[in-house]
Design a protein around this ligand. Sequence first.
Ligand SMILES: [Cu+2]
Ligand SMILES: [Zn+2]
Length: 179
Amino acid sequence: MIYALCLAVMVNILSLTAPVFARQPRVRADVKDPGGVDIGSVFFTQTEKGVRLNISLIGMPPGNYAIHIHENGSCIPPDFTSAGAHFNPSGKEHGFMNPEGAHAGDLPNITVDEGGSCTAEFTTHLLTLEKAKNNSLLKEGKTAIVIHKNPDDYVSDPAGSAGDRLACGVIEEENEPGP
Ligand SMILES: [Cu+2]
Ligand SMILES: [Zn+2]
């Protein structure tokens, strides 16, 4: 009886966690600082409400930082200018508080705690992982996630007065098949 009950619970959990989108790619960015040191990763998941980002970073100075999706899948240190401008397939201005905004790649600021860690989760309807769409993170040439020295003011065009680029990671599908 106990075995049967466990099995029933397990089947239930499996059905609850079954992916909404079949065969969705496992997509991630490994984030590196200007010295090439790995400071964490961001995972991207397609949901019914858009793309969910699960961010986990370590070894950063405490504070608030801007984080965006940029238009080129290129992170050449130390300045990461190779990532280009904010990902902006719909031709908007920068910022959630800008009446002409926002870029598809705009995201809320992240907070790094006293221990130098940051764990954050956002879901944005402005992005997709579906390759055929023009707001896809997996477009030709890929995209990158960039963390800046300052927080985003959510209004200044074109980049929220976020300052220099502190870290960068190319967003791509994992090579190995998922479990
Ligand atoms: Cu940026
Ligand atoms: Zn922007």
